[in-house]
Design a protein around this ligand. Structure first.
Ligand code: C2O
Ligand code: CU
Ligand code: CU
Length: 451
């Protein structure tokens, strides 16, 4: 998420059909102090999961789980993922938010998708601490929605101390009358992006999270929805934002709600609460100007149990983020998000008037100041691969605080000015709207980083 301008163990529950495979992968995901190589095996395959108490939903999961196993490592570790595709169609894995070499970005541009029955080894160093995620970058509207996505957590040496940490992968699912994943497509879905009425936290429907009174928890929240925006509220009580897409922010910010656009992440400090409190973790209404609108909807319930001692210590200063460019920096490029009517498809989502745009290269070391201009009447979550950016302004207004982001919401008719610095990772990269249906329709662009 980007700042506003102006103004459980249960999470790691093994899947019923692949506990052994999962445990192997999960154990392998623990950092190895000797060699600092974190080895993980991931296999994509069809599986069942039961988001609604015993009723099995046919899904696609990593290691038989929805969401996939969380991968956890430390800054500087090398992550090695031995991936095998057991799906009936080709796939790949993109490491959302990670500053990997271009060849490891897991898109169709840099890699031939892994065919059914084939394997591929991803290997790269983890340069940044933060809350990231992984998902396919092939046939995304179907593959990610069917369950292929998981958290990727990288810890720094100097993290704020909390009493407990939870990874909360938020998602929604559209089921048909038989309780199975509803068929894909249709005009509304193509326009709005796919949303569903079943709300999931780590694959569970509206779970109860038991929090000890007096303790402060760190919640790493990932919005893995195809299109849904989550205006997160925790019973209306204040909580602190510690970090965003690209890791910690400079100082904790106390809020009572925070917006996660599709693909956004937030690290929060939640609590302390008093025994007996019950709080709704919910999405407040947010209009991203879709055809279908939503009321307040619950994702989970916090139930506060007996008190436990707290050793939480969250410093006032978390990190220093030097500004990349002055707020007044002149744009070096304009990226225009638009729509175009098409005789065959009705409406296309485009960039610079083109579906699957090919943008100009950028030079290593040359500061980029981009105006991302939304000419449409709905919101779009703009996502840049492989590099973090800073938001300089939204409609000319500087943000209330500085952060590193890889997703920023661009409201209707708004201009978001971002700054980022291409480093020496030359190769082919992309940016796109992270509403999966818009991306698929054409609201995406390729560009090269050149020496
Ligand atoms: Cu979540 Cu192109 O990525
Ligand atoms: Cu990405
Ligand atoms: Cu969009």
């Amino acid at each position: 998420m980007a700042p506003p301008t102006h103004h459980d163990p249960d999470a790691h529950r093994p899947a019923h059909d692949a506990p052994a495979a999962y445990r192997r992968a999960f154990d392998a995901a623990q950092p190895d102090p000797e060699r600092s190589v974190v080895r993980v095996e991931l296999a994509a395959r069809e599986c069942d999961f039961s988001p609604a108490g015993g009723r099995f939903v046919r899904a696609w999961g990593y290691n038989g789980r929805v969401p996939g196993p969380p991968i956890e490592a430390r800054v500087g570790d090398v992550l090695e993922v031995a991936f095998t595709n057991h799906l009936p169609e080709a796939t790949n894995i993109h490491w959302h938010g990670l500053r990997v070499p271009a060849a490891m970005d897991g898109t169709e541009t840099v890699q031939t998708p892994v065919a059914p029955g084939e394997s591929f080894i991803y290997r790269f160093r983890l340069p940044d601490a933060g809350t990231f995620w992984y998902h396919p970058h092939h046939h995304e509207t179907v593959q990610i929605e069917r369950g292929l996505h998981g958290a990727l957590i990288v810890r720094g040496a100097d993290e704020p101390v909390t009493d407990r940490e939870r990874i909360l992968v938020l998602d929604d699912l559209r089921l048909d009358k038989k309780g199975q994943i509803a068929p894909f497509g249709g005009l509304v879905e193509g326009h709005d992006g796919r949303e569903g009425d079943v709300r999931l936290v780590n694959g569970d429907v509206e779970p109860v999270l038991t929090v000890a009174a007096g303790q402060v928890e760190r919640w790493r929240v990932i919005n893995a929805s195809s299109a849904r925006y989550i205006r997160l509220s925790i019973g209306g009580v204040p909580f602190r934002i510690l970090g965003t897409d690209g890791g910690l922010i400079e100082s904790p910010i106390t809020v009572t709600e925070a917006l996660l656009a599709a693909a956004d992440r937030l690290d929060l400090a939640v609590g302390p609460f008093t025994e007996g409190q019950e709080l709704a973790v919910e999405a407040l209404p947010y209009s991203r100007r879709t055809i279908r609108t939503r009321k307040t909807e619950r994702f989970a319930t916090v139930r506060v149990g007996p008190a436990q001692p707290s050793r939480a210590s969250i410093p006032d200063r978390l990190r220093t983020i030097p500004p990349l460019a002055p707020v007044t920096a002149a744009p070096t490029r304009t990226v225009t998000l638009g729509v175009k009517t098409s005789l065959r498809r009705g409406v296309d989502f485009v960039i610079n008037k083109e579906r699957h745009h090919h943008d100009q290269p950028v030079k290593s070391g040359a500061l980029q100041v981009w105006d991302v201009v939304n000419t449409t009447l709905m919101d779009h979550p703009f996502h840049l691969h492989g590099f973090f950016f800073q938001v300089l302004s939204v409609n000319g207004e500087p943000p209330a605080w500085r952060s590193w982001e890889d997703v920023v919401n661009v409201p209707p008719r708004a201009t978001v000015r971002i700054a980022w610095l291409p480093d020496d990772r030359v190769g082919s990269w992309m940016y796109h709207c992270h509403i999966l249906e818009h991306h698929a329709s054409g609201m995406m662009a390729h560009f090269d980083v050149v020496a």
